[in-house]
Write a protein that binds this ligand. Structure first.
Ligand SMILES: CC(C)(COP(=O)(O)OP(=O)(O)OC[C@H]1O[C@@H](n2cnc3c(N)ncnc32)[C@H](O)[C@@H]1OP(=O)(O)O)[C@@H](O)C(=O)NCCC(=O)NCCS
Length: 169
């Protein structure tokens, strides 16, 4: 079982997570992302095999710009100063979108992704957005399982179409 408390301090969300299973405990802070986290996030995405666009929407310049936007809720999970998870949450005024969610392998299955998603969902609710969605590659069965466990519905009748200026973005 997990026990959480959550509070807002100067735009920082502090979450203490205690894993009581097997007797060991972990303390997890959930807070807003800053540019200081950028390099660690790239490492996390690389290790998590998350497809990302270092020359496109995930470049340093673009992430810096995104962090300044009111519809971007980028949250970090940290354990004793080490970044162990991230979610890039956005909304377009109609729906919320979960992007680039990843947890360091050693910290998986401890409820950390769940907490990041819940925290993002709280922000969406506060912004008046009541739908949250994510796109999952068809090979990523684990991610599908996780989202289904968290109450998300899989839509098998929708295909993703996009139009891009180039393949790097
Ligand atoms: C997907 C991912 C973010 C999940 O992170 P996590 O911290 O391990 O997930 P949680 O521990 O919060 O689990 C959330 C729920 O999913 C379930 N779950 C977690 N991993 C699971 C797995 N491998 N298979 C089935 N269910 C799983 C948990 O039991 C939990 O359900 P519960 O609350 O009913 O017990 C993590 O596996 C990861 O980083 N994967 C690689 C990157 C990736 O694919 N990201 C998603 C892109 S869309």
């Amino acid at each position: 079982m997990f026990k959480f408390s959550s509070l807002f301090l100067n735009n920082t969300i502090e979450v203490i997570s205690m894993k009581q299973r097997e007797g060991n405990k972990i303390a997890v802070i959930i807070r807003k992302m800053t540019m200081k986290d950028y390099d660690s996030l790239i490492e996390l995405w690389k290790k998590g095999n998350i497809p990302y666009r270092p020359q496109g929407r995930d470049s340093k310049k673009n992430i810096r710009w995104q962090l300044q936007q009111p519809n971007c809720f980028y949250l970090i999970a940290e354990n004793h100063g080490t970044i162990i998870g991230v979610i890039l949450g956005t909304h377009d005024g109609r729906k919320g979108w979960i992007n680039r969610l990843v947890i360091t392998p050693a910290y998986r299955r401890k409820g950390i992704a769940k907490r990041l998603i819940e925290e993002f969902e709280h922000h969406l609710t506060a912004a008046g957005i009541n739908i949250v969605a994510c796109l999952i590659e068809d090979w990523n069965a684990t991610s599908m399982d996780v989202f289904e466990r968290l109450g998300y519905t899989k839509h098998t009748d929708i295909l993703y179409f996009s139009k891009r200026k180039n393949m790097k973005i």
